[in-house]
Design a protein around this ligand. Structure first.
Ligand SMILES: NC(=O)c1ccc[n+]([C@@H]2O[C@H](COP(=O)([O-])OP(=O)(O)OC[C@H]3O[C@@H](n4cnc5c(N)ncnc54)[C@H](OP(=O)(O)O)[C@@H]3O)[C@@H](O)[C@H]2O)c1
Length: 289
């Protein structure tokens, strides 16, 4: 497989690059960061795809987090919606599969069960609206496509100094620095290890999975507060953590309950492990037995 990776210096892009580089199924990879390509520029995207002629273009570039997207809605639309249009159309021209990474924020979070890929998306803030539109653009631009919705990523820090480390690393650093933490306990989602997501994307491509939307998350769900406690327990950090209700001082409303579910093909085994086991691996926890 020849891979063109976009956004290679972000949180997911950093791990996607390392995972693909170590995977024998990937015969070659060109990985581009924001400094090398602007995905909102149609000609730049077209040129890159034509030059590389990949089997798949994995687009991990995005504008985040949600409050920044509300503040800079036009930029969010350009990066999260138009960029994916150029990627998908360019892929169609050379017979490559565009891979778009989407989010649980396409849902309003009002439900009580886990969302499945065919459930009605109803985003409640600019980030989710522009990501859902990016899904549509991906589908419209190329008959062959993969849309992988994921959530609450944790994994090795991004190469880019402007991209944020994950929640897991941020709470670990804050607690280790002696700060008391107040963490939301009434927002529930599916934490997911970037390594498992990256491997699953390559699995789906390698096996020629059907075009469509996949929910690519580790098994299970939890709140931000319980995730924070799980991190500090594993690292042996003794810190004061207080659960709070919806603390957001930001403008963008967040969905409250967005666990994701949905069958993945049998071959996608790694992502099926519980998020706790993936967190153990990421934090280097050894468990007896
Ligand atoms: N992180 C999560 O918890 C989470 C949850 C659900 C879904 N997702 C999705 O997963 C994907 C990866 O997220 P992430 O956490 O890895 O994001 P990230 O760390 O913010 O990385 C995004 C990368 O995109 C780059 N970028 C921004 N605008 C660009 C442009 N116009 N052209 C080219 N590159 C551009 C950024 O570069 P600069 O830093 O230089 O701007 C950054 O390196 C995204 O599609 C996101 O929506 C993430």
């Amino acid at each position: 497989m020849r891979i063109l990776l976009l956004g290679c210096e972000g949180l997911l892009g950093t791990t996607m690059r390392a995972t693909a580089a170590a995977d024998p199924r990937v015969t070659s990879m060109v990985a581009l960061g924001h400094g090398e390509i602007d995905i909102t520029d149609r000609e730049q995207v077209r040129r890159a795809v034509r030059e590389v002629r990949p089997d798949a273009c994995v687009n991990t570039a995005a504008l985040m987090p949600a409050d920044l997207c509300d503040q800079e809605a036009e930029r969010a639309y350009a990066v999260n919606t138009l960029g994916p249009r150029w990627v998908s159309q360019s892929c169609a021209e050379v017979g490559a599969v565009p891979v778009y990474i989407s989010t649980d924020f396409v849902f309003d979070g009002q439900g009580t069960r886990a969302y499945r890929p065919d459930d009605l998306p109803r985003p409640v803030q600019t980030y989710g609206i522009t990501k859902l539109a990016g899904e549509h653009e991906t589908r419209l631009g190329s008959d062959r496509h993969l849309i992988a919705r994921t959530a609450c990523l944790f994994g090795p820090p991004p190469v880019s100094p402007t991209a944020r480390a994950s929640f897991v690393d941020r709470v670990a650093a804050a607690a280790a620095a002696g700060n008391d933490l107040k963490i939301v306990d009434n927002v529930v989602m599916s934490p997911t290890f970037t390594g498992d997501l990256a491997t699953t994307v390559l699995d789906l491509l390698h096996h020629g999975a059907d075009s469509g939307v996949y929910h690519v998350v580790n098994q299970g769900s939890t709140s931000w507060y319980r995730l924070c406690v799980a991190v500090l327990e594993r690292l042996g950090i003794d810190a004061q953590v207080t659960p709070v209700e919806e603390q957001f001082t930001t403008t963008a409303p967040r969905p409250h309950h967005t666990p994701l579910a949905g069958e993945l093909p049998e071959f996608a085994r790694r992502i099926r492990r519980p998020w706790e086991a993936a967190l153990d691996e990421y934090l280097g926890v050894r468990r007896a037995g």
